[in-house]
Design a protein. Structure first.
Length: 243
């Protein structure tokens, strides 16, 4: 990221990202009440999870915002439940979107949450001096005038598709992620240079909500419209009446 922000890609022209993963299987909970089943299987409930684009896909949109140091100005999108079991809730099984960022930079995005035998999570950006790729596993780096590749990618042991997004068991490019994040968090406390990324988190969430709204409505949705929205998602669950 430091290299990209220092100009290793030159002027970024466009990008693409995807979060292609398998189905998140959850227990049936036959003895639970309907509200309790919704809470336990919240990833299948769009009101509780925000749908897959907000709950899971947000990780790659967050990185796109980080790379471009901006949030998208508008988005158009499609999506649907094709591929998912009929009775698992109301979350979508796929999204396809175009995010329009400042300076005319467009980023295409696609996701699945039902694919069998395959997964891949990647962001790619194309600039006048080079191309970057940052997958969860596989070759990661910059190719072009100022080439650089992450050496640890060669240690990839994830040759078979796994439920990586559910288990949190990563190899290759994310192998050191948790340890490094914990070190950075402790260091921020010791040094007094506290991390506060709430604004960036809110921007990433709003970016995904904007695309979700575009998919639901079938029209282009702007950032300003999203900020002004009065929409409220009420799960209508009384926590005192779960049993």
């Amino acid at each position: 990221m430091r290299r990209i922000h220092a100009g290793a890609l030159g002027k970024i022209a466009c990008g693409e990202a995807h979060y292609l993963t398998g189905y998140i299987d959850r227990p049936a909970w036959p003895n639970a009440s309907s509200p309790e089943r919704r809470l336990r299987n919240w990833v299948h409930d769009r009101t509780l999870s925000g749908d897959i684009i907000v709950e899971q896909n947000i990780h790659v949109i967050d990185i796109c915002n980080w790379i471009l140091q901006a949030h998208p100005l508008k988005a158009s999108a499609t999506g649907g439940r094709l591929g998912r079991p009929d009775a698992d809730g109301d979350a979508y099984g796929n999204y396809n979107a175009i995010f329009h960022y400042p300076d005319g930079v467009d980023v295409t995005f696609s996701s699945t949450q039902f694919a069998k035998g395959w997964w891949d999570v990647t962001e790619r950006f194309f600039g006048t001096k080079g191309t970057s790729q940052s997958p969860y596993t596989g070759p990661l780096g910059i190719w072009g005038d100022e080439s650089w590749q992450y050496a640890a990618a060669a240690k990839d042991t994830t040759s078979e598709p796994k439920a990586f997004s559910v288990t949190g068991n990563f190899s290759s490019n994310l192998e050191l992620a948790d340890a490094e994040k914990k070190k950075a968090f402790i260091e921020s406390i010791i040094s007094g240079k506290f991390h506060n990324q709430a604004d960036k988190g809110a921007e990433s969430a709003l970016s995904c909500i904007m695309a979700r709204t575009a998919a639901y409505t079938g029209r282009e949705v702007t950032w300003e419209e999203t900020l002004k929205s009065k929409e409220v998602w009420n799960p209508k669950i009384d926590l005192n009446k779960l049993s």
